[in-house]
Design a protein around this ligand. Structure first.
Ligand code: PEP
Ligand code: MN
Length: 647
């Protein structure tokens, strides 16, 4: 049983809770669980849970039915997000750790680090102490290897994770490593778990080759009980009767463990499969099954590797795998984590209302604006781009998002511009024309899974009114066609529709929105996955205020990759060949059009403007020249911004 204490509980009240539990036969220990201070109570004591729940300073009581408590989802329903330096593991991101099985030399670990970093790995792995089956096999370089690895991590901006094989090494390794790995063979080395857990550093806990899921979670419990808050589980294959592969990757363990525990789950496809050519398939399967990331063995020259060469990927194979993961991630509602840009200096001016004088404020220190209420898809896109903890500003409309960015109350904004089923969100394209000081600085694609959401007591048969954004209706056309008597009411956004039902407590009204909106407003999902086609994505753009010229700051979380896409809006004169002349300019420069859409110009009946997205050539000069030529050939030319395309 876990007793979660209120923030700011007095020492006296805490002591009273302790005494209360001890008097009733429990063994107790103080603990931190995420941000919460808790008292773990074990033993055969008997307690009235309601009485305990109303003691001063008690926030809530979680009675767990599992032998592990701190690791259990019953004690903490939200996903734990583990932070290792600039890297986060868990939540809506896919985090990829890569590196050799063992550190072999200063050059080998640095070369590997550079290669895997280039392909998108965000953490470096490598064994300095190797637990080998044979005493005659390479045992690792020990502390010297760890020093080489630390240097390689620092040179490439990646935190490092390395295996600790014995409690006696833990303290000295602690100064150098960012995360400890407990290897499969040591999963039940309880003295090691206690020692490493007490150091408080993040720990990657591999599943033992013959361990049940419960044993694995009990080992995680040892680490948590000893003091660390940051445990990441790692499925690395279990021993079965099958001998073709080195182990058998237990794919089903991923959704099972994610149900039982709040801890993030990574998969190590290398040790699971043991055969280089099969590692990438297993890695993709793991991502599809809901893993929070991977740890993959990569070696610059696997044929010469001192350990696990046959399962180590060539850097080129790893690069290909990363591209596939990037494409797969949105299908499972996640985003491949990129390492933030080291520290790009951003600055803009915002008006200090109290003194009326402009004071420099970095946009990255300001909230990010989105349209809607808590649980909106735009809020999910925001969290994907800026992190779950990013301060946000829920605006009442798309226009209010643009206003907030323009007046400096938000550093960036997130706005949907296109859906793969329902097409462009014209309102936002139109806003760009009315807000010339706002530019697009990034983009993000989010998979949209719509749900029919209602009050706790609502039944689909009794619904008569459905609320959503018009895009929500358009994307669920087939489902709505089955209920022709439903009256559809349009709202500003999907989460607002959900919030209105929560406020009114109406049981005959339902909303079409995402599951997150149902959770945020305490409503029930009546039916999930009602979009006409599961391949339903919305493209959101990230907007910022231009700094005088055409350049606008880029959020550091979007990474440092150069822009490869640009968005334009222009109109052309009403004469034969005028659009063709513009397209020709781009065609001759080898510029690819990824979108071309015409749209009526407001106030000018039967005249049109064109929305154009292009893939940029590698050098910006070429494109600048193109922009100048296009300006000459078009009327009313708007350059909305250049940015890095999301896959
Ligand atoms: C390793 O990661 O190099 C390793 C030895 O893994 P495992 O403990 O899963 O065998
Ligand atoms: Mn290995």
């Amino acid at each position: 049983m876990i007793v979660v204490l209120s923030k700011g509980i007095s020492t006296h009240d805490k002591e009273m809770v302790r005494i209360y539990l001890k008097d009733r036969g429990f063994a107790i220990r103080d603990q931190l669980l995420g941000e919460d201070e808790v008292i773990g109570a074990t033993g055969k004591g008997v307690v009235d849970l309601r009485e305990l729940g109303i003691l001063p300073g008690v926030e809530r009581v979680a009675a767990t039915s599992k032998p592990y408590e701190l690791a259990s989802r019953e004690s903490k329903s939200e996903d734990t997000i583990v932070t290792v330096g600039p890297v986060k593991i868990g939540g809506s991101r896919i985090t990829v750790i890569a590196g050799p099985c063992a550190v072999e030399s200063r050059e080998q670990i640095l070369e590997t680090a550079l290669r895997v970093r280039e392909s998108g790995a965000v953490m470096l792995r490598g064994g300095a102490y190797k637990p080998r089956s044979s005493p005659y096999a390479f045992q690792g370089l020990g502390m010297q290897g760890l020093e080489f690895m630390k240097a390689a991590g620092e040179a490439t901006g990646m935190p490092i994770v390395t295996e600790v094989v014995s409690p006696e090494f833990a303290a000295q390794m602690n100064d150098l490593t960012d995360m400890f790995q407990i290897g499969a063979r040591n999963m039940q080395n309880f003295e090691l778990l206690k020692k490493v857990g007490a150091l408080g550093k993040p720990v990657l806990l591999k599943r033992g080759p013959s361990a049940t899921i419960e044993e694995w979670l009990l080992s995680a419990e040892y680490l948590l009980a000893a003091g660390t808050r940051d445990v990441v589980l790692c499925e690395r294959g279990i021993r079965t009767f099958e001998t073709y592969t080195r182990n058998t990757l237990d794919i089903s363990a991923i959704p099972v463990v994610k149900g039982l525990s709040h801890l993030p789950v990574l998969v190590d496809p290398s040790h699971a499969v043991g055969i280089r050519a099969k590692v990438s398939s297993a890695a993709l399967a793991a991502v599809a099954a809901g893993a929070d990331g991977l740890t993959v063995e990569v070696h610059p020259h696997p044929d010469e590797a001192l350990s696990d060469g046959p399962q180590s990927l060539f850097p080129e194979q790893f690069e290909r795998l990363m591209r596939d993961i990037e494409a797969l991630a949105p299908v499972v509602g996640k985003e491949l984590l990129r390492t933030p840009k080291p520290s790009q200096e951003l600055s803009t001016k915002s008006v200090d209302l109290s003194s009326g004088t402009p004071k420099p404020v970095s946009p990255k220190d300001l909230p990010v604006a989105f349209s809607g209420e808590s649980g909106a898809y735009a809020e999910q896109a925001l969290m994907r781009a800026f992190g779950e903890e990013a301060p946000r500003l829920g605006a009442a409309s798309f226009r209010a998002v643009f206003d907030a960015v323009l007046d400096g109350s938000a550093g960036f904004g997130v706005a949907p511009v296109e859906n793969s089923l329902a097409g462009s969100v014209h309102e936002n394209y139109d806003l760009f024309l009315r807000y010339p000081d706002i530019a697009i600085v990034g983009e993000l694609k989010l998979r949209i899974v719509h749900c029919l959401i209602g009050e706790e007591n609502a039944q689909i048969e009794n619904i008569s009114i459905v609320r959503s954004h018009p895009q929500g209706f358009a994307q669920c056309r087939d489902f709505l066609d089955k209920y022709p008597h439903w009256q559809l009411e349009a709202c500003n956004d999907t989460a607002t529709a959900v919030a209105s039902i929560a406020r009114e407590g109406a049981t005959k009204v339902a909303a079409i929105a995402g599951e997150a909106a149902a959770k945020a407003h305490g409503l029930k999902v009546l039916k999930a996955g009602i979009e006409t086609n599961p391949l339903n994505y919305t493209r959101f753009v990230i907007i910022a205020r231009r700094n005088g010229s055409d350049k606008a700051p880029v959020p550091p979380s979007l990474g440092s990759e150069p822009a490869n896409k640009a968005s334009l809006v222009f109109s052309v004169s009403d004469e034969p060949g005028s659009l063709f002349a513009c397209l020709k300019i781009m065609s001759e420069r080898g510029i690819n059009l990824s979108k071309l859409e015409s749209r009526p110009i407001q106030g000018k009946p039967w005249e049109y403007q064109f929305y154009v997205d292009v893939t940029l050539p590698p050098t910006e000069e070429t494109f600048d020249a193109v922009v100048q030529e296009l300006k000459a050939k078009t009327e009313d030319f708007h350059f909305l911004g250049s940015y890095r395309a999301s896959l």
